[in-house]
Design a protein around this ligand. Structure first.
Ligand code: MG
Length: 226
């Protein structure tokens, strides 16, 4: 059994990707930029600036000016937040409390590109006792986001401080996005990909996932057999 679990947030803990995708599609289309829900799911994990810039290059053959991407990103963020807190992914609560109560006491981390200041308090409200503050790696903690390995390498190093015998083969990353899977694999960790969105399991396998699951209960059932 794994001794540490590194959970991504969007699309793994919170069912926030449909709202992200809708907000991106709406705002991009207002600016005359073609952008589909599939684009959003494939690029999940990249910064807003880089998503907008690539869209500009594709549609207009030039980079986005700073004032352009900032305005579009602010609009997208405002629209996203106007929907309020996303619901939990079905099955994630059962999985997290099952892990939390295992006699082996695996460490549980959150590893996210999000930089919301209020995130810790929100997580304490919806999942009390699961994510300790020192077990959260957020956008404030690293320089290079997914698909760079840095976020997961930081999580591994924090987990090893708490358990010096921990090795990379004892750690399991739970991701829903191709770039997140790439980040986990570049960090040398086991990547369990749960397909909670509109991509195919083949999209996640192609990114290098060690195992793919159609939903959270399927991952839970797999872990229970270990
Ligand atoms: Mg995600």
């Amino acid at each position: 059994m794994f001794q540490a679990f590194f959970f991504d947030m969007d699309g793994v803990v919170f069912d926030s990707m449909p709202v992200h995708a809708q907000a991106w599609e709406t705002v991009m289309s207002e600016h005359g930029l073609p952008f589909s829900a599939r684009d959003c799911y494939l690029q999940e994990g990249r910064t807003g600036q880089s998503v907008i810039d690539e869209c500009f290059l594709r549609a207009r053959g030039r980079h986005a000016e700073e004032h352009e991407w900032q305005a579009i990103y602010r609009q997208k963020t405002d629209l996203f937040h106007s929907h309020g807190q996303a619901p939990l992914i079905p099955g994630i609560r059962d999985l997290l409390y099952w892990l939390h109560d295992l006699p082996s006491h695996p460490q549980i981390f959150l590893v996210t590109g999000s930089g919301q200041q209020t995130l810790f308090d929100e997580l304490q409200q919806v999942l009390p006792g699961i994510f300790a503050r020192q077990n959260m790696v957020t956008a404030f903690d690293y320089t290079h986001g997914k698909p760079d390995p840095e976020p997961y390498l930081i999580a591994f190093s924090k987990a090893r401080q708490a358990c010096p015998t921990l090795t990379k083969s004892n750690c399991c990353v739970v991701e829903n996005a191709p770039l997140g899977v790439q980040s986990a694999k570049a960090a040398g960790l086991f990547a369990a990909a749960v397909n909670t969105g509109i991509l195919t399991q083949a999209d996640l396998s192609a990114a290098g996932a060690d195992r793919t699951f159609p939903d959270m209960p399927a991952l839970h059932a797999f872990l229970a057999t270990l």
